[in-house]
Design a binder for this molecule. Sequence first.
Ligand code: CA
Length: 506
Amino acid sequence: MAAPLVIKVKPQDNVAIAVHDLAKGVEVLPGVVTNEPIPQAHKTALTDIAEGEAIVRYGVVLGYAKKDIKKGDWINEHMVKLPKSPSLDDMPYGKNIVPMEELPEPPVKTWMGYRNKEGYAGTKNMLGIMTSVQCVAGVARVAVERIRRELLPKYPNVDDVVAITHPYGCGVAINATMAYIPIRSLQNILRHPNFGGEIMVLGLGCEKLTLDKLLPPEDITPENCLIIQDCHGHDEMMQKILDMAETKLKRLNERKREELPLSDLLIGMQCGGSDAFSGLTANPSAGYAADMLVRGGGTVMFSEVTEVRDGVHLIAERCVNAEVRDRLAAEMKWYDDYLEAGGVDRDANPAPGNKKGGLANIVEKAMGSIAKSGTAPIVEVIGAGERPTKHGMIYDATPASDIVCGPSQIAAGIGLQVFMTGRGTPYGLEVAPVIKVCSRNEMKENWFDMIDISAGGVATGDQTIEEVGTEIFNFIIDVASGRKKPYSDQYGFHNDMCIFNPAPIT
Ligand code: CA
């Protein structure tokens, strides 16, 4: 069978996606001939669509035609009128609960991780040094460089030392209603599973984010915390930081990887720089891997509020009870109001690259984005910077921004993130590995040594979602177990910890 020229997802769809750049006059499906060139990943009309009629992909109304569209025309983002987003009131829940035994069986049931006294296990063994305020960020970075150079070689079981610097801590309305989000995020990042329960905080001394806001009383000790305004000059300050670090490195060096069940593994899913293939190839393949992990007892989170908002009813149907559905609706409502206060709506989300990649609007982007959550029941919904309490598929309501979603999922405790991309991004996180999965083979050919896995074979018919999904699952296990390093870690491409702060800056 010849490779398809276009991909139609559902029988009721009246558009299909070009697998490659298509010329004018190509018969893409019986009786459908292109009237003009169609760029790769963009939509062509499979029927005449009159002005005001629905444009349907994934069996879902992406929007309404702004003018008459002829069969074989190119449909770009300027031709689609955005529909209303689904109502959050009384969304049915539990209508689409896939039984556990129908999820795909994982090829392995264990991995090699660092067990922790409480919570999920680590995928790495690291010392994390957090600042309580941005003023100390430079000190933390210089100290980390010295610790890496002077101390780390003595402790071979410790993978790395990281400075967790961030823009929060002072010059902020620390008692504002929403300040709990950045504060909770920082509290939880300090307790990330890769840090093995060791806490190290560098404060300035006059900031608003005082140690008691960051730590419980029993953890505020000279062994864990240093206020640099209390130090007598540069050399004493640096020596104190190095001494603190060494005490902790000695303990971390005792940690060893051990064989653990998948129930000790928590991972996150994200996408960025998506294109119209993301929802056909990379995201459903990642969703298949997610289903395998959940079947094996593992925990998977997906996020990005604006990118699921238009498919929220599909997520609600997978919620296991009314409480989970209600939390989902509440998180979405909060974000609707947050966007409205800024004078925008969810369609402010798609980037120029998304549109160049054929995504007409946020509805189309959302339908692709949700595919990375697989089909497993949703057992819990949490908010930005919060930690999950359940095992299974979890929705973590974070912003969709790559660089904000990442730290938010780190706060939740992910051991690694699987990141799907259509256009390509070097994005990475220092605290946990990020695995890149691209949606098109052309992307992988261009960034052959920066993208870990290509799901492009699903579009060309050379691979199935099950095959790529299993490849992603195996790669997750290898990276979590320290046997493989994704490219972002090989090169040290790590983004800043941009924690979500919806509260006012003063
Ligand atoms: Ca994103």
